[in-house]
Design a protein around this ligand. Structure first.
Ligand SMILES: [Zn+2]
Length: 324
């Protein structure tokens, strides 16, 4: 649990972290940045656990008292800074949970580590409060900030952090993980790995979602309706999928890969490159009934929607514009 050797991908970053541990050149502040589900929290936790492990190696031993208390989620010297108000992680949160606390010596272990998991929620004022500590932390203090995007942070904060950017990992690695650890078949593993686009968290969400098949069927049905120009039904599907953000995100991903598969069938028709292999016949039918032009219009609209989705909260409307 929470070891580097359990993490899929991110070899370069792990190598960098391990060498800083081995050479005793650990920084006082880190920022792990990257999209949701990419593995930032896993890395940060493995890092913190390894730093505190009493064996002092570059992997946690999993049996010392530090490793055990970490695994039971009550390590006295690894703390998580969280928001106490709905407005985000504010000045008071940083002052009380970090700035004041860090001055108290570690309870038992070598370091005192603070992990801010929702770094994106740290307000600019709170970043200023954080700056004081990041500038002059005690020798045992380490602060790890986890964020989707470092550009939201004050340059003064960033300049004090070692920034580690997590990139999507190779789909082949996710596929192997799904086959070995989740015991999926080749076909299913290939599909989920392709859908994840290098994001293992996403692959796991797809895998565990009981709605996955339902949403995929909705998307297939939506394409049927587009072909048949059944506007009423299209509206109904847009309403159904647009209800929840998570559903809509998944629906958009499924739609993109579905259309991409149709294109593959029309152009080269090689099953090897198809993501939704288990629905080959339906893809073939859609490929015969949809023109290149129609597909590329849908694809470019989808791209626009995915780009704007963060600012555009009205999923239902977005989906309606997509379908019409
Ligand atoms: Zn240990």
């Amino acid at each position: 649990m929470n070891s580097f050797n359990e993490i899929v991908g991110h070899e370069e970053i792990i190598k960098h972290i391990k060498s800083s541990i081995k050479t005793d050149k650990v920084s006082h502040a880190y920022m792990f940045e990257g999209e949701e589900g990419i593995g930032k929290k896993c890395l940060a936790n493995a890092f913190a656990k390894t730093l505190q492990c009493e064996e002092g190696k570059d992997e946690p031993c999993n049996s010392c008292s530090s490793c055990k208390s970490f695994d039971s989620q009550n390590h006295p010297d690894i703390k998580y800074v969280v928001a106490t108000k709905k407005t985000g992680i504010g000045v008071d949160d940083i002052r009380e949970q970090l700035n004041m606390d860090i001055n108290i010596k570690p309870y038992r272990y070598r370091y005192k580590i603070y992990i801010i998991e929702e770094g994106d929620l740290v307000t600019p004022q709170a970043q200023n409060a954080l700056l004081k500590t990041i500038e002059e932390p005690p020798g045992y203090g380490i602060i790890i900030i986890i964020a989707h995007n470092s550009s939201r942070f004050l340059p003064t904060v960033l300049s004090r952090c070692a920034i580690l950017s997590l990139k999507p990992i190779e789909e082949e690695k996710i596929k192997s993980y799904l086959i070995e650890e989740e015991k999926l078949s080749q076909v299913k593993a290939h599909m989920y790995a392709s859908l994840s686009r290098g994001n293992i968290g996403k692959a796991k969400i797809f895998l565990s979602s009981i709605e996955f098949e339902e949403i995929r069927n909705d998307i297939i049905y939506a394409i049927d309706c587009i072909i048949e120009e059944n506007d009423l039904e299209i509206l109904e599907i847009a309403r159904k999928i647009g209800e929840f953000k998570e559903k809509s995100d998944m629906a958009l991903d499924l739609m993109v890969t579905w259309l991409r598969d149709i294109m593959v069938i029309k152009e080269i028709n090689d099953e090897k490159y198809i993501i939704h292999k288990d629905k080959y016949k339906t893809l073939l039918k859609h490929g015969q009934l949809l023109s290149y032009n129609r597909i590329s219009v849908l694809m470019s609209r989808l791209e626009d929607i995915q780009k704007n989705i963060k600012v555009n909260v009205n999923y239902q409307l977005s989906l309606e514009t997509l379908f019409f």
